[in-house]
Ligand binder design. Structure first.
Ligand code: G3P
Ligand code: MG
Length: 240
């Protein structure tokens, strides 16, 4: 079972920061999951929310902020004073870090309607510039963006995010050319897993932090879990 670190090792470091990505790598994660947004001047940055309010001292929407302003924000201190001074990483900084490790990366496209026009092209360009296609999976709850990604690069692996896995989910995955479905963990079952396996579709549930759930999913033979706590999950599956 692979371990994918949700927003990096976000249980032990501020989410979606370089500190969280480094911790994920050090804890034995196989991949990091990150969320991408875009500033008013077109820089792709790693943040989960549409605004900077929850994770930094600033206020406002990312799409209306300049990168110069955003890059001054402190993305660490709200998590803990020991992370004071952590910055919001750009996608390119994050790809550069991934390149220097054996990690893979799951880039989740966060789509703000009518605002991030052309973000799919930008993300594909950033990946290609570093020749990282084989180490990237792009996921989104916004399926038109996944369709666009496949049009831009049929070799780019994509994962269909869904809050509710159901009997027709594999059919959707096939239609979109997705190699995987990333569902909420509560909605999957061994039956669904076997059906997906037969159709060569991987299931990587989010967000799995409870050791009991980790053990159950591992026993089912799940492909990967997306977790805030890669170190804990590594310990659980190696002491099983
Ligand atoms: O990729 C899984 C997970 O990140 C999806 O939800 O809201 O944490 O981005 P969210
Ligand atoms: Mg995400």
């Amino acid at each position: 079972m692979e371990i994918w670190a949700h927003r990096g090792a976000s249980a032990v470091a501020p989410e979606n920061t370089m500190a969280a990505f480094v911790k994920a790598y050090e804890s034995g994660a196989d991949a990091i999951e990150v969320d991408v947004q875009r500033t008013s001047d077109g820089v792709l940055v790693i943040m989960h929310d549409e605004t900077v309010n929850r994770t930094t001292q600033g206020r406002g929407y990312i799409y209306s902020a300049s990168f110069a302003w955003l890059s001054q924000l402190d993305a660490g201190y709200k998590f803990s004073s020991s992370f004071h001074g952590e910055r919001v990483p750009t996608l390119d900084q994050t790809l550069s870090f991934v390149e220097s490790t054996s990690l893979r990366i799951n880039i989740e496209l966060k789509i703000v309607q009518n605002t991030y026009v052309g973000i799919e092209e930008q993300v594909i360009d950033a990946i290609k510039q570093r020749d990282l296609t084989d180490r990237v999976v792009i996921s989104s709850f916004h399926y038109p963006s996944l369709r666009r990604i496949k049009q831009l690069d049929p070799n780019q692996a994509i994962g269909l995010l869904c809050t509710q896995y159901n009997a027709v989910t594999p059919m959707y995955a096939k239609q979109f050319g997705a190699e995987a479905v990333h569902p909420h963990w509560k909605t999957i079952s061994p039956t669904y897993m076997n059906e997906a396996f037969e159709q060569n579709i991987k299931i990587r549930p989010y967000t799995v932090n409870d050791p009991r759930i980790v053990r159950t999913l591992n026993a089912w033979g799940i492909d990967a879990v997306i977790t805030n706590h890669p170190g804990l999950v590594r310990k659980v599956i190696t002491t099983n």
